[in-house]
Design a protein around this ligand. Structure first.
Ligand SMILES: [Zn+2]
Length: 267
């Protein structure tokens, strides 16, 4: 809890201990960052009290079709060991031979949604290979936390996302990084107001000033924004401090810090 608010961190990456340092280094290399954490659930446990986080939504992204099953089992296992501290999202991969079976497996493991990362997994959001994923997630009521935005690539920007949201109107997508990492203003202009789109505020505060963050959050509306840190990239203590100081009302904070995430992931 922070100032009486229940806090759900809706965007946390975790890795098996023996590959964590390599995985974190790979992400840092891709984004030019120096990550705060080590990406291991033990650290999230340690940070719970210090950062005031009550619940972590954890996920990990497969970079080949072969990894999908074992990564989903890893996430589910961490959730089981977490005594209620973690809720898990699964991974899928567009090139898998049997996406339907992957989805069935992921649901049977108790995972509550799917994380996709077009830049890391090498696909464009509107790639035909992804249509099966969207169709099944829509049918099964699985929300997709989608990495969105990168001004270096044309995989996950609004031009790719909007058509998918318009076709799969029953699919819920959470566009990470306020809908567009590195293209924050442009993304909010193109994406705000789409019924089936939520956004999270992860990996944004270190790059935009507080007024811009507040304006963008209000443009989407407090009903459509989730709090997230992109752990292990940023310090959960710094992220919550910045969030609490943006000038949001208590009602807006309550929705963003927990109510929206509960609605999407804790059904
Ligand atoms: Zn992410």
């Amino acid at each position: 809890m922070v100032d009486g608010f229940y806090v759900i961190d809706s965007h946390c990456h975790i890795y098996p201990e023996k590959i964590a340092s390599r995985a974190v280094a790979g992400t840092d290399n891709f984004y030019g960052t120096v990550s705060f954490g080590n990406g291991i659930t033990d650290q999230l446990r340690e940070l719970k009290e210090i950062s005031g986080t009550d619940l972590y939504i954890v996920q990990s992204v497969a970079t080949t079709a072969k990894q999908v099953g074992s990564i989903n089992e890893f996430i589910a296992n961490e959730v089981d060991k977490g005594d209620g501290l973690f809720v898990g999202l699964g991974t899928l991969y567009p090139d898998s031979d049997n996406i339907k079976e992957d989805v069935r497996h992921l649901i049977s493991l108790g995972l509550k949604g799917v994380k996709l990362h077009p830049d890391i997994q090498n696909f464009k959001i509107d790639d035909y290979r992804c249509l099966k994923i969207y169709e099944l997630c829509e049918q099964e009521g699985l929300p997709i936390l989608m990495h969105t935005g990168d001004n270096r690539y044309d995989n996950s920007n609004p031009n790719r996302l909007v058509p998918v949201l318009n076709i799969f109107t029953g699919l819920t997508v959470i566009g990470a990084h306020l809908g567009g990492y590195s293209i924050w203003n442009e993304a909010s202009e193109k994406l705000a107001g789409l019924d089936n789109l939520y956004v999270d505020c992860s990996s944004s505060f270190p790059f935009i000033d507080k007024q811009t963050a507040l304006d963008i959050i209000r443009k989407y509306g407090a009903d459509k924004v989730l709090y997230g840190t992109d752990y292990p990239m940023w310090s959960p203590m710094e992220e919550i401090k910045t969030f609490m100081s943006l000038g949001l009302t208590d009602d807006e904070k309550r929705k963003i810090l927990s109510e929206n995430a509960k609605k999407l992931f804790l059904k």
